[in-house]
Structure formats: C-alpha cells, structure tokens
Design a protein around this ligand. Structure first.
Ligand code: SF4
Ligand code: FES
Length: 250
C-alpha cells in the first residue's frame, strides 16, 4: 500500500523543527510501524539524507522505549498497543499519517521523534523502590497477600514507563504513571513500611519536573498501552493525603 508520512524533523533541542512530507509507495501491511520507518530510513540513507530518529529497544511492547504520536494519538490508533507492536494492516492504502514526538514541557525533544524522558527516572529515584534488604526468597506462604491485592499490584506493575499518558493528557500530567508505580508497592505488605515517604517523594518530584496536574480528562487511560486504570490515581491521592497528615503529626 502507498502511504504519505508527515514527520516532525528537528535537529536538536534548539532547532524550531518542522513537518517534512515523505511518500512510501510500497508498504507491506505485515510490517510493524517501526519496520515501516526502518524502510523509510534505508531510503533516506541511500539518498544521503539524515534518517528519522526514533526510540526503540525490545520491539515487543515490554521495555517502554518506543513512543510517539500518530495522528494525534500517542502510540497510534490501536488501543492497548505500543507503537512497536502496531502493524501496518491497521492503516489503509492512500492514508496520510502525521507523526510527531510526545509534547510535554517535562519531555523536551532531543531529536525528531525522540524526547528526553529522564524526568520519569527522577520520579522513580524519589521513592519508586523498596529499600529493605529482603535476603533470600522466603517460603511463599509466610507472608499472606489477599488475591485481589496481588492482582491489582500486578496490573499496576504492568506500566512500562513509556510516557504515552503524559502525551495524551491536556495538562501533560504524569499522574497515571506515578499512580501505577505507587500502587504496585502500596498494595503489597512489603511496600507498606515506606508507603508514606514514597507517595510524598514521588509526587513532589513529579511537580518539580514540571508535569501538570490531573483534572480527570481520562485521556491517559485511553492512550495507555498497558491498560493502567485511573483507579490507581484515586489510590495515589489517598496515599498522598494520608502521608501528608502523618508527616504533619510527626
Ligand atoms: S501508565 Fe501507561 S502510558 Fe503511562 S507510562 Fe505507564 S504504561 Fe505508559
Ligand atoms: S520498543 Fe520496547 S516497548 Fe516498544
């Protein structure tokens, strides 16, 4: 099939950037979206032009490296799918696709479709871990975890840190990401001892990084390739309020 691509090209963080049009006359519908861009890049390299820069690693939907916006939607039109797992059969012959980087103040563009997502690392460093040394694996039944809690924790832990939720949110909020990372620990007994410090630290880091606040648009939930639900944001808010009161009391 034939496609026209309008791709955001930006040399570096200081370049104002612009859309550039490319025609791809023979796109195989079995290709993934990133393979289609690989083909475009081979053609650009063959002509002595600069290939389009984009992030990827696993290309299996598990690492969170890939991500850009296709026709206004982070990760493209297919629900619950990272852009590396999106296949060209979901598009039609003759389509024009507009491809641009995630737009958020806290995610500055590095080049073309690559943005700097190190703000997420700073949020994780502020509390997204368990610091106790648990030694070797204990016998499983010594620490009982209710089944519904373990399942909710596993669902939250599915967040791959891609940043699609931030790009989808009109406020460029990182609440869905932070709520998933807080929830995966808050729901398990191992995460409770540091729960208050974690919620306060991660929310403060999120604010310091320049992300906006949540105003319940729910665009994040729609764009998330890992089905992270906004019920996690309600849990984050509860954890944060509890932790705030506790820190005033102590
Ligand atoms: S919540 Fe979803 S969209 Fe946001 S970083 Fe995690 S996986 Fe990506
Ligand atoms: S490249 Fe790893 S999730 Fe897409």
């Amino acid at each position: 099939m034939r496609l026209t691509l309008e791709i955001w090209r930006q040399k570096d963080a200081t370049d104002p950037g612009r859309f550039v049009r490319y025609d791809l006359p023979e796109v195989n519908h079995h290709m993934s979206f990133l393979e289609m861009l690989d083909v475009l890049n081979q053609q650009l390299i063959g002509k002595g032009e600069e290939p389009v820069a984009f992030d990827s690693d696993c290309r299996e939907g598990i690492c969170g490296m890939c991500g850009f916006v296709i026709d206004g939607t982070p990760h493209g039109p297919q629900r619950n799918t990272t852009v590396c797992q999106l296949h060209m059969r979901h598009f039609k012959d003759g389509d024009t696709l507009v491809i641009e980087p995630f737009r958020a103040r806290a995610f500055p563009v590095i080049k073309d479709l690559i943005v700097d997502r190190s703000a997420f690392d700073r949020i994780i460093q502020a509390g997204g871990f368990i610091s106790v040394n648990t030694g070797s694996a204990p016998e499983a039944n010594t620490l009982l975890v209710p089944l519904h809690n373990s399942e909710k924790a596993m669902d939250a832990a599915a967040c791959i840190g891609c940043g699609g939720c931030v790009a989808a949110c009109p406020n460029a909020s990182a609440m869905l990401f932070v709520s998933a990372k807080v929830s995966q620990f808050a729901l398990l007994p191992q995460g409770r001892p540091e729960a208050a410090r974690r919620a306060l630290g991660m929310v403060r880091a999120m604010d310091a990084c320049g992300f906006g606040n949540c105003s319940n648009h729910r665009e994040c939930e729609k764009a998330c390739p890992k089905e992270i639900a906004i019920v996690n944001i309600a849990r984050l808010n509860r954890e944060y309020v509890k932790a705030s009161f506790a820190s005033h009391e102590s």
